[in-house]
Ligand binder design. Structure first.
Ligand SMILES: Cc1cc2nc3c(=O)[nH]c(=O)nc-3n(C[C@H](O)[C@H](O)[C@H](O)COP(=O)(O)O)c2cc1C
Length: 363
């Protein structure tokens, strides 16, 4: 009764093939150029502090073989003062193409950090001009650069002169709704030599609240000649396509949509390349992925990895019966064995549920 097996994916919505406009199809048929770097994917995994470490990126890479990945942001001042590079800059040669993201307000420190990042293997240097966190903005980094366009330009110019790889910037619309400065700001960055701009369609004061304003991204795309990557509120393939159509952007960057779902970038990329919709991960596959994430964090970071795994594991727990109880349990684990046992039990429950549903259908 093979058809029964096919029908037994009750938690997965039936994939509906989205339509692409002719102009988007045309754009997708051409590889993306960032300076002299050619990319075979227009879907990016964003830098996420506390998330996009080597372990997470390996999982993303498994589904998205061509997409650009980013490290967590790294402070150029920290790099200047440390005798050894921090673990967040470690790159696996297998995970290319990858960009190292730096933040700071001192052009000289940024140039020095960029050279070290290139020596580590970064294919591009990305400069963070969007982080809204007070600890960063008070020291003149992240989104506070939106209020210091001359410093922002000086950083880009100095870094461009210091390295041979393309230098890109990730930023927001402006400081707050009364100070949306992105049009002039972005043009200044382009004039200073930035090779690509990733734009998160929110202001600094919005943080991660409200909705991302994709219309502003379109306006910026219309005035720049360098590639513009749209970011903000891309949680699904449909979101990615809508965003590309509305903004006319050259690519999309996924962020919170990948938390507990490292296949998102790959699923979007696969559709944009082939026109075929991949079936989403089932709860069982998701829990298996969580298990692997936990094991690798343990191997890579030891006990610190276990504490860090709590939030990741909780993000995987959604969309199935018992998810919220499991979320509470995995949020408190202290050992790898404890986590694996909880996840194994949840996987076994998923298998029992499947069999029960199959039996009901065949009665
Ligand atoms: C936990 C977390 C960490 C983040 N860390 C970074 C970072 O290191 N560098 C950066 O440029 N943006 C960072 N961001 C911002 C995201 O890359 C992205 O711009 C933002 O979440 C908007 O996209 P979304 O609405 O799809 O989540 C972070 C966001 C979150 C939620």
């Amino acid at each position: 009764m093979n058809y029964l097996l096919q029908d037994l994916t009750p938690d997965r919505p039936t994939p509906v093939k989205p339509r692409l406009s002719p102009s988007l199809k045309q754009k997708l048929s051409i590889p993306l150029k960032i300076g002299d770097l050619t990319l075979n994917s227009r879907v990016f995994q964003s830098p996420l502090s506390g998330v996009t470490d080597l372990v997470f990126r390996r999982l993303v890479r498994r589904y998205a073989p061509d997409s650009m990945l980013y490290t967590e942001m790294v402070s150029a001042t920290e790099i200047h003062h440390l005798s050894q590079l921090p673990q967040v800059m470690e790159i696996d040669p297998q995970e290319q193409p990858i960009s190292i993201q730096l933040f700071d307000c001192r052009p000289d420190f940024m140039a020095e950090a960029a050279q070290k990042a290139v020596a580590e293997g970064a294919k591009t240097i990305d400069i963070n001009m969007g982080c809204p966190v007070n600890k960063i903005t008070k020291k003149g980094g992240g989104s506070s650069l939106l209020r210091q366009p001359k410093v922002a330009q000086a950083i880009v110019e100095t870094v461009v002169n210091a390295v041979q790889v393309p230098v890109t910037v990730k930023t927001r619309l402006g400081w707050d709704e009364n100070e949306i400065s992105i049009l002039e700001f972005a043009q200044g960055l382009q004039d200073a030599g930035a090779a690509m701009l990733t734009l998160h369609g929110r202001t600094r004061s919005q943080g991660y609240t409200g909705t991302a304003n994709w219309d502003w991204i379109r306006r910026v795309k219309e005035v720049l000649s360098i590639p513009v990557i749209a970011n903000g509120d891309i949680f699904s393939l449909e979101d990615a396509i809508n965003c590309l159509e509305i903004t006319g952007a050259d690519g999309v960057m996924c962020s919170r949509g990948t938390l507990g779902y490292p296949a998102l970038v790959g699923e979007i990329d696969h559709f944009l390349k082939t026109g075929n919709v991949l079936t989403s991960m089932s709860p069982e596959q998701s829990l298996e992925c969580a298990k692997e994430h936990l094991r690798q964090l343990w191997e890579y970071k030891g006990q610190r990895g276990i504490y860090q795994s709590r939030k990741h594991l909780a993000w995987y727990c959604k969309g199935f019966a018992g998810a919220s109880t499991l979320r509470d349990q995995v949020s408190q684990i202290s050992t790898v064995t404890e986590g694996i046992e909880l996840l194994d039990r949840a996987i076994a429950d998923q298998q029992v549920n499947k069999v029960e549903k199959r039996e009901k259908v065949s009665v």
